[in-house]
Design a binder for this molecule. Structure first.
Ligand code: SF4
Length: 82
């Protein structure tokens, strides 16, 4: 998987710890940085493809990524059963 986008991440300009928040306020803080990032789409897809469990990636928390994966699995199951 191509990871060249990582060198363009907005998070490279700040403390990496910000992306491993312990509460919702921290998630919001990280998400604001991701919102200004030009590679957030690639970042989110990378985290989903690699099932990264910890941290904020592509503006999504762990819980949001789990939800996204579940909904994608559900969508692909319903397509395959048609
Ligand atoms: S979307 Fe967020 S975590 Fe991903 S590269 Fe950009 S700033 Fe970093």
């Amino acid at each position: 998987m191509d990871t060249t986008w990582m060198s363009q991440g907005k998070c490279r300009e700040v403390d990496p710890e910000l992306f491993f928040p312990s509460d919702g306020v921290g998630v919001i803080r990280a998400r604001k940085i991701c919102a200004k990032c030009t590679v957030s789409g690639q970042c989110l897809e990378y985290a989903l493809a690699n099932q990264i469990e910890h941290g904020v990636w592509g503006g999504c928390s762990e819980r949001e990524r789990r939800r996204l994966l579940r909904s994608r699995r559900g969508a692909s199951l319903s397509v395959s059963s048609v």
